[in-house]
Design a protein around this ligand. Structure first.
Ligand code: ATP
Ligand code: MG
Length: 557
């Protein structure tokens, strides 16, 4: 590897080689081609960042092309969702185009291939056609209809288009080679009859082109220079090239298909079909459930565009399949939110704490930094009083020497406030602690510079003043699957669902929480990152989704 190519992915090297030989800069053009049959997921983020990222790097246009050749599964809501997700990620396409824009052109080209004698109408059913495919080591069998006359093929194909034939009665096939070692070249199907309304063309068509017969041709029409797809399409490249050659003489640049590895993520499934199953069976609330690996779900969970981009950049673009640890995704969002999220105190599992020597009925306004990583973010006001909440598990009546939080007779600091000492506890008649009584050192205020304030204590706790506490609802989300590769084994992936992926709890937060807006991430100090959910408006209550904890609790200790 030369110095100039270090740090470049192999796709960029291919493009640079092309630029050095026969391509001009202004001939570069890319596309991202989703099928609008569901919402985009984290795997698509990789393909989006690759294609749109190349557009940015080479100052080349990138088309958003909806690959809409299967009317049965495609819907306009998905088109809108996909556009929204791409823009949210921070990318802008040159043109929005649809494979269905080319249905007329594709039809004319199909007639051209019939005239050329390299396409024919097969009148067998799909089972017979499949049975004649052969195996990788055995050649297939030629269809009895393979040698129909050009005229008969044309008449039949036109009648198929006109709706004169039943669904399943005929298909149009390319006449290539039934003994080709690459089985995709054994007379692939180009068109099938489908009496289904299409989300854009309505009832205008009842024959629909297949993927292989659409993709390269769409690339050619749009003058795409590099058509990037995932590795499973590698065997399709020969067919992609065959169709383009069969159409020659085509003018101008021939698009090139090149393949990169799919993004596979541990503890995650990334297949629209399987994601749809999770919704249909009620395991999640929808495409944007915060546990879903969809862009919509990740956004609602509190992931940022920056974190997702950083993640795919770190995971890299390669030619080899591998599984990326979902811990890396969580690491990337933690890194980003650490820099950008406002800090607030929120007590998730509260117990009352009373400071016996603090004046009654007095509220003191303390100042906390919004983000210690970003002093420019400014400060917030935090009310402090005699009656507070702290976390249950920040107190132990009988603690050993390794317990650095609150216990009787020892000092800890209340963050941004004072040093307190545990004095006694109040118990209910079941013997459970319901209140902790403390004393505080009035000279120990944080940031006061006093000698007392600089006294070293082992622990620092977050807290909320009871009177000003804002009740919130916290939705705790965790990984949807408890198995590192839920869909790789024999077992149904649904058997690997994590039963603890969701729980809800009431909590108390400091008043600054009221300034939070939907989608804006914040850090509950000492707890993790949380984001205000759009349901808050619906239910008239502040509802926070847990994005990720401050630390990774899944990797081995
Ligand atoms: P799914 O199996 O989830 O439906 P798909 O590949 O059928 O995925 P498309 O809408 O056809 O989904 O994909 C649009 C583009 O995104 C294609 O170029 C495809 O190769 C790419 N893509 C899809 N999944 C991944 C993934 N896991 N990693 C990288 N790229 C992906
Ligand atoms: Mg697909």
């Amino acid at each position: 590897m030369s110095d100039a190519t270090k740090g470049m992915n192999f796709i960029e090297q291919i493009i640079d080689e092309d630029l050095a030989s026969n391509y001009k800069q202004n001939q570069l053009r890319f596309r991202f081609p989703p099928e609008p049959n569901g919402y985009l997921h984290i795997g698509h983020v990789k393909a989006i960042c690759l294609n749109f990222g190349l557009g940015v790097k080479y100052k080349a246009p990138v088309n958003l092309r909806f690959d809409d050749t299967n009317p049965v599964k495609e819907e306009t809501v998905y088109v809108e969702g996909i556009m929204n997700d791409i823009q949210w990620l921070g990318f802008q396409w040159d043109k929005v185009v649809y494979a269905s824009d080319y249905f007329d052109q594709l039809y004319r080209w199909a007639l051209y291939l019939i005239e050329k004698g390299v396409a024919y109408v097969d009148s067998q059913d799909s089972a017979s056609i499949a049975a004649q495919k052969g195996t990788p080591t055995q050649p297939g069998t030629e269809s009895p209809y393979r040698n129909r006359s050009i005229k008969e093929n044309r008449t039949l194909f036109e009648a198929m288009k006109a709706g004169e034939h039943k669904q399943g009665s005929h298909v149009l096939r390319a006449k290539i080679d039934m003994s080709a070692p690459n089985m995709l070249l054994r007379d692939p199907i180009m068109y099938r009859i489908l009496f289904e309304a299409h989300h854009r063309t309505g009832d205008r068509w009842c024959i629909y082109p297949m993927y292989d017969w659409t993709h390269g041709e769409s690339d050619y029409i749009e003058k795409i220079s590099h058509s990037l797809c995932t590795l499973e399409f590698k065997p399709h490249r020969e067919l992609y090239d065959w169709f383009l050659s069969a159409l020659s003489p085509l003018k101008g640049l021939r698009p090139k298909q090149r393949e990169f590895s799919r993004l596979n993520l541990s503890y995650t499934v990334t297949s629209k079909r399987k994601l749809a199953q999770l919704i249909d069976k009620g395991h999640v609330s929808g495409w944007d459930d915060p546990r879903m690996p969809t862009i919509a779900g990740l956004r609602r969970r509190g992931y940022t565009p920056k974190a997702l981009q950083q993640f795919v950049t770190t995971a890299g673009i390669s030619k080899r399949e591998n599984i990326i640890d979902v811990g890396l995704l969580e690491f990337c969002v933690r890194e980003d939110l650490n820099k950008s999220a406002a800090r607030v105190f929120s007590v998730l599992d509260p117990i009352k704490l009373t400071i016996e020597n603090f004046p009654d009925n007095q509220t003191e306004t303390l100042i906390g930094q919004l983000n210690p990583e970003d002093p420019a973010a400014g400060t917030r006001e935090i009310p402090f009083s005699k009656h507070l909440y702290i976390e249950q598990d920040d107190f132990k009546e009988n603690a050993n020497r390794k317990f650095f939080r609150l216990t009787l007779g020892k000092e800890v600091r209340l963050k941004n406030a004072y040093i307190i000492k545990g004095e006694s506890v109040v118990k209910d008649n079941m013997g459970d602690i319901v209140e902790i009584i403390c004393s505080y050192d009035p000279d120990s205020k944080s940031g006061s510079g006093s000698e007392a304030s600089q006294r070293k204590v082992k622990g620092t706790l977050h807290w909320v003043s009871q009177k000003e506490a804002v009740p919130i609802l916290v939705r705790n989300y965790d990984r949807l699957f408890a198995h590192p590769s839920p869909d790789k084994g024999e077992e149904d992936f649904l058997n690997h669902l994590n039963p603890d992926s969701f729980s809800e709890a009431k909590a108390f937060a400091e008043p600054h929480i009221r300034t939070t807006v939907v989608g804006e991430p914040c850090q509950f100090q000492r707890k993790g990152y949380y984001v205000l959910d759009p349901d808050s408006e619906k239910y008239g209550q502040l509802i926070f989704n847990k994005t990720v904890g401050l630390r990774d609790n899944w990797s081995k200790p």
